[in-house]
Design a protein around this ligand. Structure first.
Ligand code: SF4
Length: 434
């Protein structure tokens, strides 16, 4: 390859690097110059759904990078970033210390957000778009939030807002029919390709029993489906999920430093232990090595929160996961209003850049399938493939780009398989006698 064709690193400048801008916004948040106008009709409402990380304003940056920008937490009031309405509807100007950054636009508010299900529930309280995928927390509140015979005091993870959101921005106990009504609307009107289900801890370990009916119904439409769950006591359940056609399992162990894990996630530490999460990840990677349903990808994620432990520990988590064939999901810690850690600070961007660089280069070095899911853009985290924007060494960038070619072929293959599967399921559903 001639030097002329070598990819050039992009300066870490929010005026020209959308990956850096996304990371900097996740770390620093932004102030809204005209809140009412910025949030106006075309944008999505600020909803504290799931663990609360959806608490920000959903924007789309150049390169189709979706970002959920913190705007309501106190730290955002000190941000050097200001968001103000652009000239065209939906456009947002991003300024840092008064200097223009890359332009952004509001992630479009789907029409179904303003409708109700046939049971009368607002659809946006049943499931929400996070970036371009649909996120659902279908069950009751995580038992770590509930006092009872199992626990005298709450054992929730200290950064988590689930117990504050269910019943507020997020409806509790959604029926399968309600969820499917929203999934169909989101497929039809928002062209979603992926639905992500999230379950908290259940003292009776019933979280997979709860999720499976939803998963089966969504798979019947041919969509990609994933679950975030705690480790199940019966490891055979992972193979069962794969056999159902589930495409992603994600384990949120949050912290790799054992002392911090115990301190920040007391319930998880007591019931599962860090080793329980790591064993589940290894087991699920093994499940992926066996033959699964035709054309159904299987990905294992380990999720960590960066900024609540020394960065060396987060780096070690990235190494541990990628060496085993799991893809890390790295969330930037956001001190959510009302949570036990509301008064803490998010991590500085400078400390996050080397971590996300490592995330990308390790995923590529281990040949992990990053960026291959069709039309899945995530707003809450900087994805491994988006962290490519942070690489500053031309030789590293060049080597990674060449190794990534296989992922390009995989992406095209998955997209074709996805379109075929959805079309076949739709045709089968319309066939006489159905
Ligand atoms: S397990 Fe922890 S992070 Fe997950 S919902 Fe429960 S308290 Fe929140």
């Amino acid at each position: 390859m001639t030097s002329r064709l070598r990819p050039r690193p992009v300066p870490l400048d929010p005026a020209c690097n959308p990956g850096f801008l996304k990371l900097d916004l996740l770390c620093r948040g932004a102030r809204l110059e005209e809140p009412a106008r910025v949030r106006a009709d075309r944008g999505r409402p600020i909803l504290r759904t799931r663990a609360g990380l959806g608490s920000g304003l959903e924007l789309v940056l150049p390169g189709r990078l979706h970002v959920n920008v913190p705007v309501v937490e106190p730290f955002a009031a000190e941000s050097p970033y200001v968001l103000r309405p652009g000239r065209r509807p939906g456009a947002v100007e991003v300024l840092r210390d008064g200097r223009a950054c890359l332009p952004a636009r509001l992630a479009p508010r789907p029409a179904w957000y303003d409708r109700t299900t046939s049971s009368g529930r607002p659809m946006a309280r049943v499931a929400t778009l996070q970036g371009t995928y649909l996120a659902v927390y279908p069950g009751r509140v995580c038992d770590f939030w509930v006092r009872g015979p199992e626990r005298e005091a709450r054992e929730n993870c200290r950064f988590c807002a689930v117990g504050l959101n269910l019943g507020a921005d997020d409806a509790p106990q959604k029926s399968v029919d309600e969820v499917m009504e929203v999934v169909r609307a989101a497929r039809r009107e928002s062209a979603i390709t992926y639905v992500d289900f999230n379950a908290g801890h259940a003292d009776d370990a019933g979280f997979l029993d709860l999720l499976e009916p939803y998963l089966a119904r969504v798979k019947a439409l041919g969509l990609l489906v994933g679950v975030q769950t705690p480790p199940h006591p019966d490891p055979a359940r992972w193979a069962r999920l794969r056999a159902m056609g589930v495409n992603r399992v994600s384990f949120c162990f949050e912290l790799f430093d054992r002392a911090r894990f115990l301190d920040v996630c007391p319930g998880k530490a007591r019931v599962y232990g860090l080793d329980g999460y790591l064993a589940a990840i290894e087991r699920c990677v093994e499940v992926g090595r066996a033959r699964g349903p035709l054309l159904e990808p299987w990905v294992v994620n380990g999720e960590i929160v960066a900024g609540l432990e020394p960065v060396e520990s987060s780096l070690a988590a990235v190494d541990w996961l990628t060496e085993r064939g799991a893809i890390p999901t790295v969330c930037v810690f956001r001190p959510l209003v009302g949570t036990d850690l509301a008064g803490a600070r998010p991590p500085p961007t400078e400390a996050m850049v080397p971590l996300f660089r490592r995330l990308y280069t390790r995923c590529v070095a281990h040949g992990l399938p990053i960026g291959v899911a069709p039309d899945v853009h995530v707003s809450l985290v900087l994805l491994p493939e988006e962290a490519r924007w942070l690489v500053d060494d031309p030789d590293v960038l060049d080597a990674c780009r060449r190794r990534e070619r296989r992922n390009g072929w995989l992406a095209r293959g998955f997209a074709a398989a996805f379109r075929t599967r959805v079309a076949l399921r739709a045709a089968a559903a319309l066939a006489p006698g159905r």
